[in-house]
Design a protein around this ligand. Sequence first.
Ligand code: ACO
Length: 357
Amino acid sequence: MKTENPSPASPNSPSLTAGIDALTVRMLGTGCYVPERIMTNTELETIVDTSEEWIRTRTGIGERRIARSGQATSDLALAASQQALETAGVMADELDLIVTATISPDMLMPNTACFVQSRLGAPAATCFDLEAACSGFLYSLEVARHLLLAGRMQTALVIGAEKLSAFTDWDDRNTCVLFGDGAGAVVLRAEPATTPVHGILSSVTGADGNLAHLLTLPGGGSRHPTSGETVAGRMHYLKMAGREVFKHAVRCMSDAANGALQKCGLTIDDVDCIVPHQANLRIIQAIGQRLNVPMDRFYMNLERYGNMSAASIPVALDEAVRNERIRPGDIVLMVAFGGGFTWGATVMRWGTAGNGR
Ligand code: ACO
């Protein structure tokens, strides 16, 4: 997808939003679910050659959640979605669209959103999954927003859900200490815009497929169909060139944040809360330095959950809203980076007088 030109080198064109200013897309409610099982860094010391101290100082992660065997990504997504619908005061049969951002679907086909639809009872919804790794939630938000603004649909459920533990190589200390399971969801609705505009104000998305090889899950697709060889080669697990990814993540997330702010005429000083993709505390600290914002402006939950890929931002957003770190009228900046490479940033003004959130 390349809805708008998102390259940090060439900021998105503001003209693309002309003509849709009469409507705004607002988040009516959020929800999240994380599995009960906690895996600490100390427990990981018994699995691979690592230490609590290494993981904490190099990543900022203290523990992560691990789904039960038999629990699939759609199970996590369903729980988060039910909470989001309840908070929004929206019935499942009002949904016109369900998008699930995930790199760990229940199966290659059918899509995870269809499983969620069936269990929610949302017969009117169009359902699909979107894969943009850790940027998947912001990509999905952008696709859903434009379907709503186009007048095709009115109410959407956007989910970020991952059971990464199923795709983690528990023999590889470079990756297994980083990831966790969880799901977050938001309910979106197109409404006539008020002044000032509440809801999503601007967004940028982008990708650089030339760097695809740095973060992959190579086995089980049409390039390397599942075989004895792919299983023996551990190709069904996430592979990452961490140091390279780190470098690009800092640059792309900083540039995407600036691009999205520029597009809606705001600066970083206008932002009350930044909800970043939670991959590594040092990445967020480096972004803070580049953007010249103090760390307390970022909402962080990485210490408790690790990197949940597409679920990281919606889980953090839900928490920040529930514990009133985000309040009605606040300007919120969400920013992500992930495999592909992909990246995105979204700016919104939270809440309205309508539902007080
Ligand atoms: N425990 C102990 N030592 C370790 C571990 C571990 N768990 N993992 C790696 N090491 C060792 C390495 O082997 C290496 O040892 P060596 O110097 O003897 O070779 C040393 O620690 C340093 O390794 P680096 O990879 O250079 O460590 P770095 O400081 O870069 O941290 C990390 C690695 C945490 C992966 C970091 O690079 C990172 O966060 N990268 C970005 C991840 C990210 O942003 N992903 C985004 C998207 S994820 C997605 O889309 C699914």
